[in-house]
Design a protein around this ligand. Structure first.
Ligand code: PGA
Length: 220
């Protein structure tokens, strides 16, 4: 059975009470037959500590990821949270998401720096690419292919197309794991995870409701 990454990213959603409700719902389930699944929860930075401590306390079989890190190491950078600080709570960090590129002006150069800082701090980057031509920084081993037209609109990519891109990325960049992201839901997840070169999914909209995220993990 191949290893599958199932990543929930809440984007800019949820407060502490909402996160607690979500975690309680997941904690009420008996997690069985998930030995091949790496389940990673990526809350906003404000909830990293809370999510990490509930996972530890309730012994939930999940890892924690951040959605961003600073492009700088520690120092006088008002408002920035650096990789070393994030590493206190997380094992993974999403870098290169199209929303960071579009709304925050992150360039390939900045993303490269972020990847190197993540690796230096011991974080595994989940590097998002929008197509076959997106540059992938050195040291990346986990890529999420996220076609722009498929994000947040319940119009997922055609699984065969996603598979072709995943295979191309693996071959060209020698990347061991490529995930698919974009309108993944319980109803369509297996059409992606059954593909030979797709090693999991990155889910936002349908991860926000705990019941729907549980169904996604169960079906994967
Ligand atoms: P979505 O987002 O699941 O809401 O389509 C995916 C993503 O942006 O990673």
């Amino acid at each position: 059975m191949k290893k599958l990454f199932i990543i929930a990213t809440w984007k800019s959603h949820k407060t502490s009470p909402e996160a607690i409700v979500w975690l309680q719902e997941l904690a009420s389930k008996k997690w069985q037959n998930i030995h091949n699944k790496e389940i990673i929860i990526c809350p906003p930075l404000t909830l990293l500590s809370l999510v990490k401590s509930v996972i530890n306390e309730k012994k939930l079989p999940f890892k924690v990821g951040a959605q961003d890190i600073s492009q700088f190491e520690e120092g006088p950078y008002t408002g920035a949270v650096n990789a070393k600080q994030v590493k206190e709570f997380a094992d993974y960090v999403i870098i290169g998401h199209s929303e960071r590129r579009t709304h925050f002006g992150e360039t390939d150069e900045i993303l490269d720096v972020k990847v190197q800082l993540a690796l230096k701090a011991g974080l595994t980057p989940i590097f998002c690419v929008q197509g076959k031509k997106t540059p992938i920084p050195a040291g990346v081993s986990l890529v999420a292919y996220e076609p722009l037209g498929a994000i947040g609109n319940d119009h997922p990519d055609n699984p065969a197309d996603a598979e072709a891109v995943a295979a191309n990325i693996k071959e060209k960049h020698k990347i061991p794991f490529v995930l698919y992201g974009g309108s993944v839901a319980a109803e369509n997840i297996t059409s992606f995870t059954h593909m030979a070169d797709i090693d999991g999914v990155l889910v936002s909209t349908h991860s926000l409701d705990p019941k729907s995220f549980i169904k996604i993990v169960d079906n994967a």
